[in-house]
Design a protein around this ligand. Structure first.
Ligand code: OFO
Length: 172
């Protein structure tokens, strides 16, 4: 059984993953309308990945006798949003850093609770999160290097398509 505190922590994380999925989705749509084909595919696929993270948590909570309740998500404030791709990825990087911090807190909680099942379960998230943060940072660094140069952004978009396809091939 999960402790009350652990249950709340995991449920909050479940909702954060659900929010991440929606955030990536809304960003993908914004990017798609601006013609960045590679970035848009990357973000749509990543939205699906975040949903997988959410599902994993949901099933774990249920398996351990907890209740996985989904909160309502409102991202309508995101609609006007980004001035440019750089601003979008800055926001995404901040978001992923926040998620890393929360996963750290959860691991700490599981150790404090001596809940080694949950501790073990969370190891997957740690690994995944390190990869995600690194990837988003790498993309952001590239964009900052390119600046406003349209030709550079065009090539960057092609690059992202390749990175994205390689990542996909590695997974299957
Ligand atoms: Fe991008 O965060 Fe899930 O874990």
């Amino acid at each position: 059984m999960l402790s009350k505190k652990m249950q709340i922590g995991l449920k909050d994380q479940l909702n954060r993953e659900s929010e991440s999925s929606q955030l990536y989705l809304s960003m993908a749509s914004w990017v798609e309308k601006r013609g960045f084909e590679g970035v848009c595919e990357f973000l749509y696929d990543h939205s699906n990945e975040e949903r997988t993270h959410m599902l994993k948590l949901m099933r774990y909570i249920n398996k351990r006798g907890g209740d996985s309740i989904l909160n309502k998500i409102d991202l309508s404030h995101e609609e006007i949003k980004y001035k440019c791709l750089k601003q979008l990825f800055r926001k995404l990087f901040e978001h992923e850093k926040k998620i890393s911090h929360e996963i750290n807190n959860l691991v700490e909680l599981s150790l404090g609770d001596k809940d080694f099942f949950t501790y073990n379960f969370l190891q997957w998230y740690i690994e995944e999160q390190v990869e995600e943060e690194t990837l988003i940072k790498m993309i952001l660094d590239k964009i900052e290097l390119i600046g406003e140069d349209k030709g550079g952004l065009y090539l960057f978009d092609k690059d992202i398509k390749d990175i994205h396809n390689n990542k996909k091939n590695k997974k299957f």
